[in-house]
Design a protein around this ligand. Structure first.
Ligand code: FAD
Length: 508
């Protein structure tokens, strides 16, 4: 790996190596720029990934975050990654494309926020990402007949079969989910051999065969091959500027020591919590007062059904079936909509969801756990509307790096509650049609978005539609914090595509 001196003014420093940081790093390096990525977490050897849920949280951001509001966000393993590869190390690799209606939600409904981005342009980047990382899926795709997936879908697991059965009996369209899981072995440039699907149910714990795409087995090796430097275990906590207000260097801690890397431009890609935390702590890029505002978490309510026969949903790709029939349901009393995905989970994750999402404890919890092997779940990814009071602020409490901890206040509003209610009815009907004896609802939200949103009006957001700060011309953001509204699609694929787009805008 090429290295750079701290005093060398590199062209770009990128903070974070997840879905937002890595594609951009690779693109800039491939175009000949001198780029350095600083990543707070370690550089894991894939051989060290364990499918044991007790060991796995080391790939998650486990430093405390404080959570409030009526529907507080659960942090820890649920919400963001730590290490070279960011959240893609533990993501579910479920990769629906963003729906054009979701990018125009405000124009369509008067609620939410439009994206200052052209959908067709975004899809061009998405097609490029799908090819690079290897996305499998069904062709034709029922909700977009023109779409082509280059890899055939991966095998369905038992919860997917049950959801398919229930949907077919009710006349709901459902199909194999698009997934960043290889169905066939491939040689990944600059990384090596990635195996085809091993039908593992443990991909959220880190996956050692390269079957699941992460940025660590796709964009990051390409970036290094093109001359990028990645420094792991490097936590950025300061940003220096010149008299004109332009960024000149970042300050970070590594191994108990403090370092300063000079740079001509800075890209923050620390994710929806860490990027606004850094900006609030340094007091930068916030003339609009919007840093930390409009925190968005997708609706993630689940319904689990108990069946007479064993399901053993911990085997096989966990999210193998999708339905997009409810992106705009005809009978909706809300704006936006939701996607459905089948669910299979590992035991600690299921236990945590039973405690958090249904308040189970003691004998009730034990009884529900006894039924785990007989249970199949369905979950949603539901639209979340921006609300200024759902926000991230700084606490008086400091973390292990001496930085004030994030406090996130989040309350689902009437629209999110109406989506939950509609979705619970849909999922319950599907499970019952598939033969479930009884069902249980688990309340849940997912993802951390929106806290430095993009806007055309500098007073309404933190960055413009290209990802560039409205206030500081050589500061850019490329992560989930820039989402103006949540979309019904899960955010990973969109984020990977936006990262390439931001890189191209920087190059331009
Ligand atoms: C359990 C789980 C499952 C998911 N499943 C899916 C899925 O199936 N499909 C989907 O589309 N999406 C999924 N997601 C969401 C997806 O992973 C994220 O949307 C995406 O990775 C976010 O990209 P990002 O660049 O914003 O942040 P991340 O990918 O989280 O990357 C941020 C990186 O920045 C580093 N960092 C942060 N602050 C600093 C700092 N100050 N200094 C240095 N480094 C720093 C972090 O350590 C991290 O590596 C899932 C997320 C979770 C948590």
């Amino acid at each position: 790996m090429r290295t750079h001196d701290h005093d060398e003014i590199v062209d770009v420093v990128v903070v974070g190596t997840g879905a937002g940081g890595a594609p951009l790093l690779a693109r800039l390096a491939e175009r000949g720029l001198r780029v350095v990525a600083l990543e707070a977490g370690p550089d894991f050897d894939p051989g060290d990934f364990s499918n044991d849920e007790v060991e796995a949280p080391r790939i998650n951001w486990m430093s405390d975050r404080l959570s409030g509001g009526e529907t507080p966000t659960a942090f820890g393993p649920n919400n963001s990654g730590f290490g070279v590869g960011g959240s893609t190390l533990h993501w579910g690799a479920f990769t629906p494309r963003p729906d054009i209606r979701d990018l125009h939600l405000e124009s369509e409904s008067g609620a939410g926020a439009d994206w200052p981005i052209d959908h067709a342009e975004l899809i061009r980047y998405i097609v490029e990402v799908e090819k690079t990382i290897g996305v499998s899926g069904p062709t034709p795709y029922p909700w977009d007949p023109e779409r082509r997936y280059l890899e055939p879908p991966v095998d369905r697991n038992a919860p997917a079969d049950l959801m398919a059965l229930g949907c077919s009996r009710l006349g709901i369209r459902a199909t194999d989910a698009p997934a960043a899981i290889l169905s066939r072995e491939r040689e990944q440039p600059h990384h090596g051999r990635r195996l085809g699907s091993q039908n593992l149910g443990t991909i959220h714990q880190g996956e050692r065969y390269g079957t699941k795409a992460t940025t660590a087995n796709t964009y990051l090796p390409a970036a290094v091959a093109a001359g990028a430097e990645i420094r792991a275990d490097s936590m950025v906590h300061g940003i220096e500027r010149d008299a004109l207000g332009r960024v000149t260097a970042v300050v970070y801690r590594r191994g108990g020591e403090e370092f300063r890397q000079r740079c001509a431009a800075l890209v923050l890609a620390g994710g929806g919590i860490e990027t606004p935390r850094l900006l609030l702590n340094t007091g930068l890029a916030n003339s609009s007062g919007m840093v930390g505002r409009n925190f968005l978490a997708h609706g993630g309510v689940q319904v689990w059904g108990r069946f007479d026969e064993q399901v053993r949903g911990y085997r096989g790709y966990p999210s193998a079936l999708i339905s997009e029939d409810f992106v705009r349901p005809a009978d909706a009393d809300f704006v936006g909509g939701y996607l459905l995905q089948s669910l299979g989970v590992m035991p600690l994750t299921y236990t945590t969801s039973l405690v958090r999402g249904a308040g189970l404890w003691g004998d009730d919890l034990i009884e529900a756990l006894d039924a785990w092997r007989y249970s199949a779940g369905i979950g949603i990814n539901g639209e979340c509307l921006p609300a200024e009071n759902n926000r991230l602020e700084l606490s008086d409490e400091k973390d292990e790096w001496g930085i004030p901890r994030a406090v996130v206040t989040f309350t689902q509003g009437p629209n999110e509650k109406a989506i939950n209610e509609h979705a619970v009815g849909t999922m319950t009907r599907i499970l019952e049609a598939a033969g479930a004896r009884d069902t249980r609802v688990l309340a849940r939200t997912a993802h951390t978005l929106g806290t430095c949103r993009m806007s055309t009006d500098p007073g309404a957001g933190v960055v413009d539609g290209d990802g560039r700060s409205h206030d500081i011309p050589n500061l850019w953001i490329s992560d989930n914090s820039t989402f103006p509204s949540s979309l019904t699609a899960n955010p990973g694929l969109t984020q990977l595509a936006l990262s390439l787009r931001t890189a191209d805008r920087m190059l331009a």
